[in-house]
Design a protein. Sequence first.
Length: 245
Amino acid sequence: MFNRLTNSPYYLRTRDFVRGETKLLACIAVISGLVLGFLHLADEMVEGETAAFDNWVLLLFREPGNPDQVIGPLWVQEMVRDITSLGSFACLGLIVSGTVIFLLLCRMRAAALLVTVSVLGGTLFSTLLKMGYNRPRPDLTHLSQQFTASFPSGHAMLSAVTFLTLGALLARLAPTRAQQIFCVVAAMFLTLIVGTSRLYMGVHYPSDVLAGWALGAAWALLCSAVASLLQRQGTVQETVADAPR
């Protein structure tokens, strides 16, 4: 009976699908985990369960007994402001615009559209979530002016969306394994330092940043999965050299 089951057409089709789509299924599982993690974190934030953790982490970046003063000399504060600007709308807009123009010049229109939709979609999603949760900013002295709500961190989420999406796309276009690893690691590093800079500046709670990272990574993975499917269909080229001339 077991042999009859394993030789059935339904079983064989299911087995071939699972083997051929292992990476895609794993990606879906990770995306689901990140989204569930965000929802759990948001629920804990609304109930006030993250307050102790948030305040403890924020005070690590402040002088003991003087929460209005960040640790470190003035040059460190200036450096952190420079780093946090990498996650700003202006800086990310320039990076995305340059990338899209480059892809269009390479006649990789599908890849350019994918980058544009992923970043603009992530921006819209972040804005709607901020408006929905409407969490006040930390009651600390800020190193920059803020004009939106706190949860989730827009800098953390949009840097994750942009850098991880571009990193995944460039990794798929890179011809060697070393170049692929570099693209992904560099994207993760930029995402992490931007989010951490928001804590140092006192403009976000740790739960804001974690939520932004979770949703940004989920969105970037989703875009990576879409890019993978398009590559298999021949819509997005494997390398720049494969683009039509």
